[in-house]
Design a binder for this molecule. Structure first.
Ligand code: CDP
Length: 224
């Protein structure tokens, strides 16, 4: 079996893509980049600098002014640095979560992030996770997987994660916010969320993560 250079995993909120990507990368000894973290980092910086998330020119300047760097730890996981400061711990804050899909609609933000993602893809041995990896970022990736699950199941997963973090947010609110983010990701003009034509679609309702990873590994042999 020839090892694929890069593996693209896309899917909506809480489809399981991040955890599947991480386990898959561990299994293969690859690096893993959750590209959502990069959009989250830009969102965090905009909130810090007081830039209106709808101000496209202001957001374009913000991306130029700050130096965003992806650094891979020894275990292959990525951390995001802005101006040499590790901002990864802030990227799941509720205000970032609520703003990120508005920021991800802005062409100048996407162009800058996609350019960095492609150069990481070219280095190879990476599992890249996001919304547009198979369609836009790495259209030539030899293996593309699109994970999905029913909206209620995804909301239930995110709700449990948030409960684990000790936040008091209710299921109904999680479901509402998730539907709103899905809508923004699906309906935006550039790089909307959709499976690439050559992606394998996996519906993860009721499947455990290990089963999904084994399934993807079984696709590896067929992909090259
Ligand atoms: O983990 P979760 O699915 O909640 O979110 P994420 O993967 O961290 O992505 C956060 C947001 O960034 C998404 O809702 C998209 O709006 C945006 N995003 C994107 O536009 N393109 C990507 N390749 C990755 C994320």
């Amino acid at each position: 079996m020839t090892e694929p250079k890069a593996i693209a995993i896309d899917g909506p909120v809480a489809s399981g893509k991040t955890v599947v990507g991480r386990l898959l990368a561990q299994r293969l000894g690859y690096r893993v980049l959750d590209t959502g973290l990069m959009y989250r980092a830009i969102t965090w910086q905009a909130l810090e600098d007081g830039v209106d998330l709808e101000d496209r020119e202001g957001m374009a300047s913000l991306v130029e002014e700050h130096d965003l760097e992806v650094r891979f730890e020894d275990g292959g996981e990525a951390s995001i640095f802005l101006d040499n400061r590790d901002v990864t711990p802030y990227l799941r804050l509720p205000e970032v979560e609520q703003g990120v899909s508005r920021v991800a609609r802005i062409p100048a933000v996407r162009d800058a992030m996609v350019a960095r993602q492609r150069s990481i893809g070219r280095e190879g041995q990476v599992v890249m996770v996001g919304r547009d990896i198979g369609t836009v970022v790495l259209p030539d990736a030899p293996l593309k997987v699109y994970l999905t699950a029913a909206v209620e199941e995804r909301a239930q997963r995110r709700y449990k994660e948030l409960q684990g973090l000790g936040t008091g947010v209710g299921y109904e609110q999680v479901l509402r916010e998730l539907q709103q983010r899905d809508r923004l990701d699906l309906e935006r003009e550039i790089a909307p969320l959709r499976p690439a034509e050559d992606a394998t679609i996996v519906t993860t309702d009721g499947l455990n993560v290990r089963d999904v990873v084994e399934w993807v590994v079984s696709l590896l042999g067929k992909s090259t």
